[in-house]
Design a protein. Structure first.
Length: 319
């Protein structure tokens, strides 16, 4: 089968492979930001799951969760010798062929979603590099006092920053960096805490950081690493992305662009909770940006973001 999947066997561990009997571990695509040469899907193993149940990564309108779990379960089962091995192989081949055919029809073609304009392909990368050269020193100056205050506010130097896996361009998972604004999750996972609403976990200083978007400043490192851009769709948690793809048709299309520190949806909508309508609105904003990507639009978003930061409107909650 042509699809690839992502397995997280333990917290923080990532394993890549292809559909097949041995599903041997192999690295992610070598060139960061390069679109897959062929349609692919991913299946994620929830961190800390005792049962080892698999959840769909980007289901789109393709195979159901039950079908992917059935295939994954067959892949995990050791095949016995003799007739049982032949039956196991035949059933696995049948499922692979059926899912492969449906995936070819349901998965997006990233090359068809790319913007072919001169600005998108040539001018924008040069502008991003130029802005980065000027923004990096300023970001370090801003980060130093915030880090000290956050250290004092949390009482633990290990809680100054916050890192988390997010879904980036073409579905590649990367680790995002932010200033910590919320109390750590203790009993439940990140998705359960997000489902209940993050507002109750936000610290007083974290509320200020979120309102001014200063909690996003450490993501200058993500831009340096090539995972993000200054402007683009905000990257979602893996579990939240899974949920949004199931609830909002076409939500995966926003992965055609590299995620950004700010974006059109952020300056018009704010934070979105577990509300399909809010995430449909987020997708609509990201699609308007992708389809109308231009120098003028990028300038408008940067200027609007600056006004949002000064006016403290970043902590608008929807959902």
């Amino acid at each position: 089968m042509k699809g690839t999947f992502l397995l997280n066997h333990s917290p923080g561990s990532v394993r890549w492979g292809t559909y097949g009997y041995g599903h041997e571990s192999r690295p992610a695509p070598a060139r960061r930001g390069a679109p897959p040469k062929e349609p692919s899907t991913m299946i994620r193993h929830p961190s800390g799951s005792a049962a080892g149940e698999l959840a769909s990564f980007d289901p789109f309108s393709g195979p159901s969760l039950a079908e992917e779990q059935e295939l994954a379960e067959l892949m995990r089962q050791p095949a016995a010798a003799g007739p049982d091995q032949a039956a196991h192989t035949s059933e696995l081949d049948r499922l692979e062929a059926e899912l492969d055919e449906r995936l070819e029809l349901s998965l997006p073609r990233w090359d068809q979603l790319e913007i072919p304009s001169v600005y998108a392909r040539w001018v924008r990368p040069v502008l991003t590099l130029t802005i980065l050269l000027f923004a990096l020193p300023a970001s370090l100056l801003v980060m130093a006092p915030i880090a000290l205050i956050n250290w004092f506010a949390t009482g633990d130097h290990r809680l100054i920053f916050f890192t988390q896996e997010r879904v980036g361009q073409y579905g590649h998972v990367f680790r995002i960096y932010k200033f910590r604004t919320m109390r750590p999750v203790t009993e439940s996972g990140d998705f359960e805490a997000w489902s209940r609403g993050d507002k109750n976990r936000v610290t007083p200083f974290g509320r200020f950081l979120r309102s001014t978007h200063l909690d996003e400043v450490p993501q200058i490192l993500n831009i340096l690493l090539g995972d993000m851009n200054f402007i683009g769709p905000r990257p979602e948690m893996v579990a939240v992305h899974n949920w949004a793809c199931r609830e909002v048709p076409g939500f995966e299309r926003r992965l055609a662009l590299r995620p950004g520190i700010t974006g059109l949806a952020q300056i018009t909508q704010g934070y979105a909770g577990q509300c399909p309508e809010a995430y449909a609105e987020k997708l609509a904003g990201d699609e308007r940006y992708r389809e109308g990507l231009s120098f003028a639009m990028d300038v408008r978003i940067l200027v609007a973001t600056a006004f949002w930061m000064v006016r403290g409107r970043g902590w608008n909650w929807q959902g």
